[in-house]
Design a protein around this ligand. Structure first.
Ligand SMILES: C[S@@+](CC[C@H](N)C(=O)[O-])C[C@H]1O[C@@H](n2cnc3c(N)ncnc32)[C@H](O)[C@@H]1O
Length: 375
């Protein structure tokens, strides 16, 4: 069976979790690198990665690595790849370039060079060329240039894997789904402990928790992956691994999952999102202000993403909220482990409890703290 080299980009702070996920689906030579994880395996491992990854952004299949000293080198390397064996003329394609400290500095120009090479290759071999569609291409080609080193990848995923497809209703400042899954995994959440998110907004954390608890592969919620447009797409293999994933699902979450928020409108959105994800039955959504919340069961996990003033509220009016968080945790949540995710270190100090662990995570470009409090 042919083996391929892959790369999964992941948000900073989540790379090791993505590596753990990849090992658990049988990936070989798993290596954590800056900004993601490299691994090896047959096409089946690539399919499984797309189906199961909770923390990765996309799955890229490496076609070629090379030295380059100028744009001609890049063009000829790209021209030499038998693109016509990977996709048909009737598929649309797009090229995305990532350029860092490279001999070629402009990513737009780099993408254009590779696009020309792909089109020229098709013209040479097939007498015609496929169309470009930058908005929603069937086939995505990624080029990475660093110093005088180049890599050409085919993107197996297409749309980013964090877009599970359940969240068309957003609260005011929703978490990225892959980040939410990563936060749950960093907290050691397995689905067997009670879980509370007392500021759940659009429900991302409780929904990702329910997916973990019921062992639902997040890829089952999507209907389109780029690899399904490839010439070598093995529909039978995909069907068999998706059916196997469906058989592994539990019919209900083994422990309570509670999502609450002060705003009834965002709770409506959260319920609609949970329904689309097929996990509404697993989550209790309730309207409460933070100071009203109580534990469900013993030794659970509380995870919370309070507003931190970047997008919601002002720092001054939020200080009281963070004080309330600290006092409620201390008074009512003995035996629980609490995790607070915030982009404001100043506000975090108002919690008034000493974190037992600090993680640095990124909410898009915003550097955030994810603080553990053992109560
Ligand atoms: C940053 S958002 C959470 C986003 C959520 N993690 C998501 O993915 O959609 C903060 C949430 O805290 C809620 N909130 C603000 N003050 C609150 C309070 N005193 N009690 C409960 N919820 C509160 C807001 O309504 C908002 O939905």
């Amino acid at each position: 069976m042919e083996e391929y080299q892959y790369f999964v980009p992941a948000a900073r702070g989540l790379e090791s979790l993505a590596a753990g996920e990849l090992k658990s689906i049988g990936a070989r030579d798993v290596q954590v690198q800056t900004g993601g994880v490299a691994f090896r395996g047959p096409l089946e491992t690539g399919y499984r990665a797309n189906l199961w990854l909770r923390t990765g952004v996309r799955v890229l299949l490496l076609l070629r690595e090379f030295h380059l000293s100028n744009a001609d080198d890049l063009y000829h390397q790209a021209l030499d790849i038998p693109w016509e064996t990977w996709f048909d003329l009737n598929k649309t394609f797009a090229v995305h370039a990532n350029v860092r400290d490279s001999v070629l500095r402009h990513s737009h120009y780099v993408a254009l060079k590779v696009k020309d090479a792909v089109a020229d290759r098709f013209r040479r071999v097939c007498k015609q060329r496929p169309n470009v569609n930058t908005a929603s291409p069937d086939i995505s080609i990624n080029v990475y240039l660093k110093a005088n080193w180049g890599q050409l990848y085919l993107d197996m995923s297409g749309e980013s894997l964090h877009r599970r497809g359940y969240r068309s209703e957003k609260g005011a400042a929703p978490l990225n789904e892959a980040l939410a899954a990563g936060m749950l995994m960093l907290a050691g959440y397995t689905g067997k402990q009670p879980l509370i998110d007392p500021m759940c907004g659009s429900g991302t954390l409780p929904i990702e928790a329910a997916l973990i608890a019921r062992q639902i592969a997040p890829g089952l919620l999507r209907s389109n992956f780029a690899f399904q447009h490839w010439r070598n797409f093995d529909g039978r293999l995909w069907q068999s691994i998706t059916e196997e994933a469906r058989r592994r699902q539990l019919s209900a979450a083994p422990a309570p999952i509670l999502g609450s928020d002060i705003d009834h409108q965002v709770l409506e959105a959260a319920r609609a999102n949970a329904e689309r994800a097929g996990v509404l039955q697993d989550i209790q959504f309730e309207k409460h202000a933070f100071h009203e919340i109580r534990p469900v069961g013993a030794r659970g996990i509380l995870i919370c993403n309070p507003p931190y003033g970047e997008r919601l509220g002002s720092q001054a009016s939020l200080a009281d909220l963070y004080k309330t968080i600290g006092s409620v945790l201390k008074r009512r949540f003995k035996g629980y482990t609490a995790y607070i995710f915030t982009g404001s270190r100043q506000l975090a100090r108002h919690i008034g409890l000493k974190p037992t662990r600090r993680f640095v995570l990124y909410n898009g470009p915003i550097e955030c703290r994810y603080l553990r409090f053992t109560l």
